[in-house]
Design a protein around this ligand. Structure first.
Ligand SMILES: Cc1cc2nc3c(=O)[nH]c(=O)nc-3n(C[C@H](O)[C@H](O)[C@H](O)COP(=O)(O)O)c2cc1C
Length: 291
């Protein structure tokens, strides 16, 4: 049987008025042409039109950060943000080699939304975290301040994105929510009860029951806004793409599969992570399991 309502939603030319007040924006072509003509506003469109526009203050702040070596000084102190106590879960030292050829990894990469229920080895999980989001052995020296680097690039070396993990099925780690601590290569448990993984994503096509774990990418505006101003969002999203793709490739190189997911329940995830949703935002997710 044809579901006429769905058909209406899926055809951009069909008029479907669920909201009786919506009498002019009748189809998506109309919405789009009004937007392009400048008759209505879209935050996305205006961001795009103004991208790279710098105010005098933005230049001042970029210069200030560069001249004062501030990123290196912040970087030097970041380690102190990490919580080390009896409940910290230290991951195993990464096995230095990823054995799969890079070209094979690129060929293999694809998105998977359903998985088989299979326990992930603690050392494989540790390797994935280290090579995706961890601190690399390469050090940089700026005016006698030593900076650590990671396995992905970062605008101004400010690393504004932190990683939260929901562990579902990894040996040696209890089910639950953790914050990844890159300097100590550890997980810190948030001890949040009654987390329902089914509520993470929109719709029901993501197999949260059988996944091994999923990743929440958290952006804190204050980590880069003071330097880059309005340019911060672009930098952050580019960095986010690098991190998520790095994760995809590392997981596939270890015979696991992933799916980057924009369709997540932003406010409910932020709520159970105790994020304010003002300075700290969940901006993306990714999921890992065995196909
Ligand atoms: C930015 C971004 C957002 C995505 N969001 C979703 C999503 O919300 N739900 C989903 O099932 N897949 C999502 N995907 C996965 C894409 O559907 C998938 O990458 C695309 O169909 C190409 O398939 P492949 O990854 O297997 O090559 C997303 C991918 C990217 C890069």
């Amino acid at each position: 049987m044809i579901e006429y309502e769905k058909k209406g939603f899926f055809n951009i030319h069909t008029l479907l008025n669920k909201d009786s007040a919506n009498i002019s924006n009748s189809d998506n072509n109309h919405v789009y042409s009004q937007l392009i003509s400048g008759n209505c506003s879209s935050p996305m469109f205006s961001y795009l039109l103004n991208m790279n526009k710098q105010n005098l203050n933005d230049y001042k702040s970029i210069m200030f950060y560069n001249e004062s070596n501030l990123a290196s000084l912040i970087n030097e102190a970041r380690e102190m943000e990490e919580l080390i106590d009896g409940s910290t879960v230290f991951l195993s030292k990464a096995n230095k080699k990823i054995k799969m050829h890079f070209s094979k990894t690129l060929e293999l990469r694809h998105s998977t939304r359903s998985f088989v229920f299979e326990n992930m080895d603690f050392s494989i999980f540790s390797n994935i975290m280290h090579f995706s989001f961890g601190i690399s052995s390469r050090k940089l020296n700026f005016n006698d301040v030593q900076s650590t680097t990671r396995h992905y690039s970062s605008g101004g070396g400010l690393y504004p994105i932190d990683i939260y993990i929901y562990v579902n099925n990894v040996s040696g780690i209890s089910k639950g929510i953790y914050k990844y601590q890159p300097y100590s290569n550890s997980l810190y448990p948030l001890n949040i009860d009654n987390v329902d993984a089914k509520s993470f994503f929109i719709g029901d096509n993501i197999d949260t029951q059988n996944m091994n774990f999923c990743v929440f990418f958290e952006y804190s505006i204050n980590r880069n806004y003071l330097k880059y101003g309005e340019l911060s969002l672009l930098n952050t999203f580019v960095e986010l793409g690098g991190m998520s793709h790095n994760f995809d490739l590392v997981c596939h190189s270890m015979h696991y599969t992933t799916c980057p997911i924009a369709g997540f329940n932003k406010s409910s995830v932020e709520k159970f992570l105790f994020l304010d949703g003002v300075n700290d935002h969940i901006v993306f997710t990714n999921i890992c399991g065995k196909e």
